[in-house]
Design a protein around this ligand. Structure first.
Ligand SMILES: [Mn+2]
Length: 444
């Protein structure tokens, strides 16, 4: 019998909303998972990638992480991990540093055996380089096996990695795939193998509404009763409270109505996210945000969606202006970096208050990638044509994603960026080796 805690997408170092308090929250969530691991005396902690929010964590993030890993090491519990897309660097990995310090084991093609279970690792690999993977893993002599991997796997949202294919091509008969990358917790069975995401440990985007947590996974004969040898249970984490306030304004209603709706929520130390829809009077987002923080919120953001809706009504009788914009953009030879910035400014899914931060982050993400700043000639190769097509799709996706965001709070913003990320990987693969940014903007 082997009992492990399966976690991932910790995103240590993420100063969400430029908040140092939020930055500490992400580290604290990691600490809480590790404390539970020690209290529960599990056999190992399995981390499925994105321990860090980006590939250049700052010294306090590194020192804080090392302190947490030392607590685990002092309890003689191994930390087994893979590298995610957010933290991946072109040189060595941060995980290698922790391994050198004796605080972690980087999982790979060779088995790492804990009790009666062999653990293997598959780091994030960009879409463009997945055809080269042979899924060759060395054999093991124990009863159970698990693959720890970072990527968007079937059958869950935004999947671009075929789980059935991985399982079929692999030399090992895995009992479970313990995954990271998708921040939405879920579990499914694919060809008799359990496939599960524990979700992120702090809300890294407004679309992550449900409570955060991690998985407790047990391998052993009849672990789950019957003849199933894998038992997966979700455990909740106590994280920063978020208040999601949705206000539909009607004629004659304005800021006082928005304030009333905000007051209905528990604001103490919460991140308060306000969505304004409908009609009614103009409101000043900054004034409402100040009101919420005066009432005790840690951070407040107002997203007034009404302007967009009004425009859409006018546009119906004409050719779609968004199409016209896309057509014009396609003829402008814009670099991928410029397209990222243009997309951030134009999309409906990023609140105005976050555009500045989003643009900064997107440029920072690309800053080492010279090719991303080169003009892209349209229509002179298959690759570029694909890119143009994809950009058209991206615009469409933006709109539907914004709606999704309203409707069910799924990883809507991520969908948009996934398109950008895949796009870049497929058409510009060489230059973007290693940073595989599938879902950076997911977490803005
Ligand atoms: Mn992540």
């Amino acid at each position: 019998m082997t009992r492990v805690i399966h976690t991932g997408d910790t995103h240590v170092g993420y100063a969400q909303y430029h908040s140092q308090v939020r930055r500490q929250d992400f580290l604290d969530a990691f600490g809480a998972v590790i404390d539970d691991s020690i209290d529960g005396d599990v056999d190992a902690v399995v981390h499925a990638g994105d321990l860090f929010h980006d590939r250049r964590p700052e010294l306090p993030d590194l020192m804080g992480t090392i302190s947490v890993l030392r607590r685990l090491d002092d309890a003689d519990i191994p930390f087994l991990a893979v590298v995610g897309n957010h933290e991946s660097t072109r040189g060595g990995q941060w995980l290698d540093l922790f391994e050198r310090l004796g605080l972690a084991t980087r999982l790979g093609d060779e088995p790492t055996v804990v009790g009666d279970t062999a653990f293997y690792g598959l780091d994030h690999v960009p879409v463009s380089r997945r055809d080269d993977l042979d899924y060759a893993f060395a054999g093991h002599g124990v009863d159970h096996a698990a693959l720890v991997a970072h990527g968007l796997f079937e059958p869950f949202g935004y999947a671009d990695w075929d789980t059935a294919e991985v399982l079929a091509e692999s030399d090992i008969d895995f009992d479970a795939m313990l995954l990271g990358d998708n921040h939405k917790p879920d579990v499914a069975e694919v060809d008799d193998t359990w496939v599960t995401y524990p979700g992120s440990t702090e809300r890294a985007s407004a679309s992550e509404r449900e409570g955060r947590g991690y998985n407790l996974v047990t391998f052993g004969p009849d672990a789950a009763g019957g003849d199933d040898c894998v038992d997966i249970r979700r455990r909740a984490l106590d994280t920063r409270p978020f208040a999601f306030v949705e206000v539909e304004l009607h004629e004659g209603e304005g800021e006082s109505r928005v304030r009333d709706r905000i007051r209905e929520h528990d604001l103490a130390d919460a991140v308060v996210l306000v969505d304004v829809t409908g009609g009614g009077d103009p409101v000043t987002p900054a004034a409402i945000e100040t009101f919420a923080t005066d009432e005790g919120a840690l951070i407040a953001r107002v997203n007034d969606r009404r302007e967009v809706e009004t425009d859409a009504e006018i546009e119906v009788s004409f050719a779609d202006p968004e199409d016209a914009v896309r057509e014009r953009l396609d003829g402008m030879d814009l670099s991928q970096a410029a397209r990222d910035v243009e997309g951030a400014v134009r999309t409906d899914s990023i609140p105005d208050a976050n555009v500045r931060e989003t643009v900064k982050d997107r440029v920072e993400e690309r800053i080492d990638d010279v090719a991303a700043f080169e003009r892209v000639e349209p229509d002179d190769s298959e690759g570029d044509a694909d890119e143009n097509d994809a950009d058209g799709d991206e615009g469409d996706t933006d709109e539907s994603d914004a709606d999704d965001d309203n409707a069910d709070g799924n990883d809507a913003d991520g969908g948009v960026t996934d398109e950008i990320g895949k796009d870049g990987e497929e058409t510009n693969s060489g230059a973007r080796d290693g940073d595989g940014q599938v879902s950076m903007e997911d977490y803005l």
